[in-house]
Design a protein around this ligand. Structure first.
Ligand SMILES: [Zn+2]
Length: 237
């Protein structure tokens, strides 16, 4: 068990590189004192990228994960020739991450439009989906129109941390029953607000304004069980 990794992406999801020191290595992968790489969780894929050594050699980070039990952030690095104490520059695969950020933020807009609890979801590189606990039928065209109206409104997105007790008093801040709220060791929970549209607890990475999401299309709505509507969105162009 190493010291926990400082998660720089939580307060600034636009960081593309950072300096980092190796703190622990084992069969699961490599840990650093700080990182810009998002670990797979909350429906969002883990980041890819590189760890660049002082001599310029680039080691591929093929995934970033979070240990389910300890919560440690693990970087999967091919042929790790690293040792504890080594200093590297971490670089995130930005094109991939930015796509995930756009889809992730788009799902928050979908949450704001559909007034029903979320059963689960997934964010891929070319699509994202949410499952709603809902019986009523939904209309693809109408959802697409409403979604793009929010995107066009260019609403600002911000994050803040609130105390556990304040959070526990507002159960409406939890939308996805299957995802644990993003609490940290300081006894606070992270909230993500889309100005005037949505406020919920979330630990993922988001864009800074809704316009960055780009035009989206609700591609399909599937009935997955009696009371489960699965909505898949893709980029419109
Ligand atoms: Zn989120």
């Amino acid at each position: 068990m190493s010291l926990s990794t400082k998660e720089l992406f939580r307060d600034n999801s636009y960081l593309k590189t950072c300096e980092a020191t190796v703190t622990h290595i084992d069969e699961r992968g490599v840990q650093f004192d700080q990182s810009i790489c998002y670990p797979h969780g909350g429906g969002q894929l883990g980041d890819h990228g590189h760890a660049i050594l002082g001599n310029g050699i680039k080691l591929a980070i093929t995934d970033t994960q979070k240990d389910r039990e300890s919560g440690e952030q693990i970087h999967i690095i091919e042929s790790p020739t690293l040792s504890v104490g080594d200093k590297v520059t971490l670089e995130v695969d930005w094109e991939r991450r930015y796509s995930l950020m756009r889809f992730h933020t788009c799902l928050h807009l979908l949450c704001a439009i559909i007034d029903a609890p979320v059963n689960g979801g997934s964010i891929q590189l070319d699509r994202a989906r949410l499952d709603f606990d809902l019986k009523d039928p939904l209309d693809k065209e109408e959802l697409t129109t409403r979604l793009n109206a929010h995107i066009e409104s260019d609403a600002a997105i911000s994050t803040r941390w609130i105390e556990d007790a304040e959070f526990d008093a507002q159960p409406e801040l939890v939308r996805t029953m299957s995802v644990k709220p993003p609490r940290n060791a300081q006894g606070t929970v992270r909230l993500v607000e889309i100005d005037g549209i949505d406020l919920q607890a979330c630990g993922g990475t988001h864009v800074a304004s809704t316009k960055e999401i780009g035009a989206m299309l609700v591609r399909k709505i599937e009935n997955k069980g009696k009371q489960n509507r699965r909505i898949t969105v893709v980029a419109a162009s």
